[in-house]
Design a protein around this ligand. Sequence first.
Ligand SMILES: [Zn+2]
Length: 604
Amino acid sequence: MGPVMSGAVQRALACFTLVAGSSVGQSFYLSNDAIPRKETVQLTIDPAREMFDGSVSIDVELRAPAAIVWLNAKNLTIGSASVAQGDMVRPAKVIPVSDERIGIDVGQTLAGPATIRIAYQGRLDDKALSGAYRRKLDGEWYAYTTFAPIDARRAFPCFDEPRFKTPWDISIRVRREHKAFSNGRELSEIEEPNGWKLVKFATTEPLPSEMVAFAVGPFDVYDGGVAGHGTPVRVITAKGHAAEGHAAAQATAEILPRLEAYTGIPYAFGKLDHLALPAGAYGAVENPGLITYRTRNLLIAPKEAPNQENAAFTRAVRALQAHEIGHQWFGNLVTQATWDDVWLSEGFATWISAKMMDQEIPPERIHISAIAARERMMAVDTPTRSRPVRIAINNRDTARDVYNRVVYEKGAAILLMLEGWLGEDRFRDGLRAYLNEHRFGNATTDDLAAALRAASGNDTSRVLNTFLNTTGVPELRGQLLCDRDAAPRLRVAKSSPGSVPVCWRADRVATSCTVLEGPSTEIALPTGTACPAWFYLNSGGTGYYRTHWSQAPLRALPELSGAERLTLVYDLRASKDASAQAGLARLASDADPEISSAAREALK
Ligand SMILES: [Zn+2]
């Protein structure tokens, strides 16, 4: 795996590749010469037919004089194209330069505002899991979309990168007996001849193309009423299944207000529909206003009486929904500027889902499930079994790896660590500032670090660099130094390079945090402190590192939280020495069933 390139270097390289026309072919990224300002899409879709008609009208700002405007399109049959500037409309040639992009060539150099119009035909594949596709359910055809990360271009020509956020004006002509849905609320239905109608949707807030969505077919709708700050909620199902949407609507009514309270920002996308997909490339996609889920991740048949298994299933449905609704702030309101930083979407959604779900359990169990998930990540966080959270995405092949598990699980674990280090309130304040500052725009990891620094006074950038751009789990060893003629100190040694925030506490010494830089750091205990009976090197259990214990800290056990005891189980399991076995034997009788079973498992 190569080193992570900065966004600027990568874009510069992309432009160079384009100019040089190198053997690797056209650049994966579009240039900054043409910036879309608004995209209007009109589609004619009968899901029973394989082909659909489309036309787009894209307002662009041509920032550098150019005769050819490049944009993304894949597997579309272009009928005609033109470019308008004021009253002047020029027909354009379409240059199909690769199977990812087209050039719109007006034959003369243009600059400034312009409108590109393209009429085309696209295909509703009945096997595909991405782009616009169709499926037959109970004898009836339905059309769906799954665009993230780079398949909106299969449904319409567009500037298909997350940094190009624009308002979308979508209308779909459908058979009169069908329903149509998209990100915006429905504005009107206009009857048209021959059994058609035109459904117009409200203009969206600025969205990246990959978050546009639509669906057409004989759907049923479960009306979930209004949630939080007045957001209408619906669950959209195949015909005859509306009642199965009840639990999902109930979950939104409970989870949406929690997210609004945490972020301090009301849900920003007008309405919130959850739509069940018979097939999709992912478990769910967070399209603003029209979140899509594989059916089994969304719908719960009401006849299934509540029981133990059902409760776990309902909880999983709720946790996934908390992840997807969490994206409405982290990912949709503020979108990563490039896919390198997709952890700003997926790490955050994973972290905040765990945080929202923790509000449904007793306080002593807080962070337990996040720590169990972190442990599964740590087990594979090696150069051969994983990859850094941030990597450069440069072509369709690497784009397949955008949603690698490490982006979710390690991303979330890093956020848990930052929250533990900076403090829950200051971390939240930093996130609120980050969301407000980049609202409806894009952001980078550096933007996040700047907001956290302003809110907390701590510079997180070296820590972020350490954990986002390399693989591996740091290992720490601690030792109390209690010499007769010197004040007691805690020495902490670190196994690997990089910056690691360690939060620690000791008998009668409250938690404090220090960022370890070098291989060994000595931390003075507060003045007047006697040599403590115990210390613990991962306060709150929030740190993404292992502690190697030469002696299991058994005297600390009565004082440790559930999150700290579970972290200790995993640390002892990793160290595999005799003292660790004794510690695990004690933890095997822990009052918390998850901790005791993890300890018993580790003893096997
Ligand atoms: Zn996600």
